[in-house]
Design a protein around this ligand. Structure first.
Ligand SMILES: Cc1ncc(C[n+]2csc(CCOP(=O)(O)OP(=O)(O)O)c2C)c(N)n1
Ligand SMILES: [Mg+2]
Length: 375
């Protein structure tokens, strides 16, 4: 069991210099820069989506600002053939794995580019081509799904590993217990990646559990657990990869607990100043994961001011182009509400659809009057 003080695995110190005696993952320049780009893309997307939300153009945003090392570092350790079962903040991992920005932003607008066809709340991504499963707002439900998929993959000899993301809050869900129990009993090839971002809405992670650490929870279920400095992308990558390798070799599941911090509110509907201390936020601002990794890349000469600016400019124009293409994209047809679930639309769904059309014809298009029905 992890004893206090918690031994958070680290590769880079606070200034981005390798910690003496720690193994730096041998990932080379290209992957190192790809991961950096993924972190920057995640942050920029979040910033741009927040602006759209504040402009009233999209309904909701939950950001990963401050968590980019935890999300991208863990996501990058999985193979393309592996499956990702996201929690609430891993949209950047979908993009890293190849989700087109047009679809990402389309999911935010809930228009024709949204591959869930408006059946999800926005900011709930999916990308079938990269085995990124549609995420669920119901905390913890993805965990048994990931374990079932891992068990099936093992029976089918597929050599795939499932990634089960969860937040600190999700460790209190019944599904966490079921999933951890069965994963270990079945020796299922699944890696649980718990991003402890300090908060579950207004509940601090220190009040979520009295366990010595989130990583220490693994022991009771009979699997290894590790606590990692979640703002150190190289430590996140290294420790996640260790667990993936074990799982792929048939040695069973593992839990990687990433200590990080949610810099903004729970979502665009939340005001975190109501329940947390500005000093705490300030302390974590000084531990920014992107700054830390940038310093490391600069020190190696793999990045310099000019190439960094080039990356930022490219990202900005790619994201702006995706926003532009979405801003005027057609909305989904109303009939999309009832299509695709059954091979043909059932009588009761048809009746509901026809009733909706009747109401719209009688009272007018809600979009034309900013979403309000004139009732
Ligand atoms: C089953 C269930 N219970 C409660 C909620 C309300 N809820 C939404 S997010 C959240 C907190 C989740 O915290 P955590 O798992 O730490 O994820 P984070 O938002 O910090 O990434 C809660 C309680 C929910 N969505 N589902
Ligand atoms: Mg949390």
């Amino acid at each position: 069991m992890t004893t206090n003080p918690i031994d958070y695995k680290r590769v880079l110190d606070a200034d981005g210099a390798p910690v003496a005696g720690e193994t730096v993952p041998a990932i080379g320049r290209d992957l190192s820069l790809r991961m950096y780009r993924g972190m920057c893309e995640t942050r920029m997307l979040d910033g741009k989506m927040l602006i759209l939300q504040r402009q009233g153009r999209i309904g909701f945003v939950g950001t990963a600002i401050g968590l980019e090392a935890a999300t991208i570092g863990s996501g990058a350790a999985f193979d393309a053939k592996d499956w990702i079962f996201p929690a609430l903040r891993e949209g950047g991992v979908a993009v890293y794995r190849g989700m087109p920005l047009l679809e990402y932003v389309g999911q935010m607008f809930l228009n024709i580019y949204d591959t869930s066809k408006g059946r999800q709340m926005n900011n709930h991504f999916q990308h079938a081509a990269s085995n990124f499963v549609s995420w669920s707002s119901c905390i913890g439900t993805q965990l048994p799904h990931a374990v079932g998929a891992a068990h099936a993959a093992r029976i089918k000899n597929e050599n795939t590993v499932m990634c089960a993301y969860l937040g600190d809050g999700a460790t209190s869900s019944p599904e966490f217990h079921s999933a951890m129990t069965m994963a270990a009993v079945w020796k299922a090839p699944v890696v649980f990646v718990c991003i402890d971002n300090g908060w579950a809405i207004s509940v601090p992670s220190s009040r979520q559990s009295a366990a010595p650490s989130y990583g220490s929870k693994a022991e009771a279920y009979g699997m290894p657990g590790v606590d990692v400095d979640g703002n150190d992308i190289l430590a996140v990558y290294r420790e996640t990869l260790n667990m993936i390798r074990r799982a792929r070799a048939g040695e069973g599941p593992g839990l990687v607990a990433l200590k990080s911090y949610r810099m903004l509110g729970h979502s665009s509907s939340d005001d975190p100043t109501k329940y947390r201390d500005a000093q705490e936020v300030e302390m974590w601002r000084r531990r920014d994961p992107i700054e830390r990794y940038r310093k490391y890349l600069l020190s190696l000469g793999w990045l310099d001011k000019i190439s960094d600016e080039k990356i930022q400019k490219e990202l900005e124009s790619e994201i702006d182009a995706a926003v532009e293409a979405n801003a005027n994209a057609p909305r989904l047809a109303l009939r999309a509400l009832v299509e695709d679930v059954y091979s043909s639309v059932t009588p009761h769904l048809r009746a509901q659809h026809d009733e909706l059309i009747r109401v719209l014809e009688q009272f007018g298009d809600p979009a034309a009057i900013e979403g309000r029905f004139p009732l």
